[in-house]
Design a protein around this ligand. Structure first.
Ligand SMILES: Cc1cc2nc3c(=O)[nH]c(=O)nc-3n(C[C@H](O)[C@H](O)[C@H](O)COP(=O)(O)OP(=O)(O)OC[C@H]3O[C@@H](n4cnc5c(N)ncnc54)[C@H](O)[C@@H]3O)c2cc1C
Length: 373
């Protein structure tokens, strides 16, 4: 069995979360080894819709709303620093985002959601504007007659998600991190104040370990006294051929990428383990998109894919240092694009500084512990 040189810190998982943490650690002079899975592993990071999205986030959880808003505000400086480190422009656009309603019922439901977050946040609430059809059409002339109204919030935006992935990987290596693919960690043994990590690739001793393995955290976390429960959530996305720019903003279901193609998404399926795309879901997504922007009915769909979200039972992230083995922590979340700035600049700093609390303590996985009677 191959034994790698001892490491100060190992990050398990090289998706958007692990890569953001590794980049953030490297920029603080802590050079992690990143052990990642197989090339064909299911990664939420290669399947997402690429939004940096604030609107409606944090219903009943104002700490999550604040965490999300904070990350959206950090994004411009994060993107700039990442480009310096990697040479990759992630095409961040924060011109604002729309939620388009295709019925009065949808408009009422989403308005209530946004207003409940705003009421809980008070002065900290992100700006949002409720628009009827005419108000929406003034800002987005291409919308169809079926759009009864929309909610616009100026802080929302998007990036080129695959370029973000590439930038984090190139950037972390440029700053001194070491990345090793095809290195699934199957066992973590707390030992001598550190951790022995093992897999078919060999083993390595690390002083500290960061679990950032997406849905893989569920299996790994108990090995270091943590828990990371997840629920199934599959999303599907369609991508069209490139077309002339028609929508300079972004939205929860339709966005035109910087390269011209239109992404249409994203669905929510809870009860399936199959990664295959579904024709029925594609039909619903395409139908809603064509009602929102009628010109899309003339555009060819080139690709579709599905991916599994990294979703905890309450949909909120988990940031937690192990109470039993303080050198280990877990970081996982559903909105890894939106929160990438927080992960790279705040959570990584907390890990580098050996802080016991990585973010608001309410994000600890202890919230899922059921008392045993
Ligand atoms: C359809 C869809 C749309 C989305 N849209 C958005 C959006 O618009 N905005 C947004 O902010 N977020 C969005 N997300 C969520 C976002 O993509 C995820 O939050 C993010 O990618 C999670 O990254 P991750 O690194 O935790 O997980 P992953 O990308 O799944 O990466 C986990 C990594 O860990 C590795 N791994 C797993 N187990 C092990 C192990 N035992 N040893 C070593 N390595 C291991 C895997 O190989 C993988 O590389 C979306 C997700 C989906 C599926």
């Amino acid at each position: 069995m191959r034994t790698l040189p001892d490491q100060e810190i190992v990050v398990v998982g090289g998706g958007l979360v692990g890569a953001a943490i590794a980049w953030g650690l490297a920029r603080k002079g802590v050079r992690p080894l990143v052990l990642d899975g197989e090339d064909l592993a299911h990664r939420a990071s290669r399947a997402n819709f690429a939004l940096v999205w604030v609107q409606g986030k944090g219903i009943g959880a104002p700490h999550y709303a604040r965490w999300t808003i904070g990350s959206a505000k950090l994004w411009p400086s994060f993107a700039e620093e990442l480009e310096e480190a990697s040479g990759v422009d992630v095409a961040l656009r924060q011109r604002g985002g729309f939620t388009f309603a295709l019925s009065e019922g949808e408009m009422t439901m989403w308005t209530e959601e946004v207003q409940s977050v705003a009421a809980a946040l008070g002065e900290d609430a992100p700006e949002h504007v409720l628009l009827d059809h005419a108000g929406t059409a003034r800002m987005v002339p291409a919308i169809g007659r079926d759009v009864v109204g929309s909610i616009y919030s100026p802080l929302d935006g998007d990036v080129n998600s695959l370029r973000l992935f590439r930038a984090l990987h190139a950037g972390m290596v440029n700053l001194g991190a070491c990345y090793q693919a095809r290195s699934d960690v199957t066992e973590i043994l707390p030992k001598d104040g550190g951790f022995l990590l093992k897999g078919a690739w060999g083993e390595v001793f690390a002083g500290r370990v960061v679990l950032a393995a997406g849905n893989g955290n569920t299996r790994l976390a108990p090995m270091v006294g943590l828990s990371a429960p997840t629920v199934q959530s599959k999303g599907q996305i369609l991508v069209t051929e490139k077309c002339e720019p028609f929508f300079p903003y972004t939205s929860t279901t339709i966005r035109q990428a910087d390269e011209g193609g239109v992404m249409i998404g994203d669905s929510q399926e809870a009860d399936t383990l199959s990664i295959a795309t579904s024709q029925d879901i594609s039909t619903v997504l395409a139908g809603r998109a064509a009602r929102t922007f009628p010109q899309l009915s003339q555009v060819n769909v080139l690709r579709s894919w599905a991916g599994f979200r990294v979703k905890t039972p309450d949909g909120l992230p988990i940031y937690e240092t192990s109470p039993i083995h303080p050198g280990a922590c877990v970081v996982m979340c559903h909105s890894g694009v939106t929160l990438a700035a927080n992960h790279a600049l705040l959570v990584a700093d907390a890990i580098a500084g050996r802080k016991a609390t990585l973010a608001d303590d309410r994000f600890s996985g202890r919230r899922f512990h059921v008392p045993q009677h």
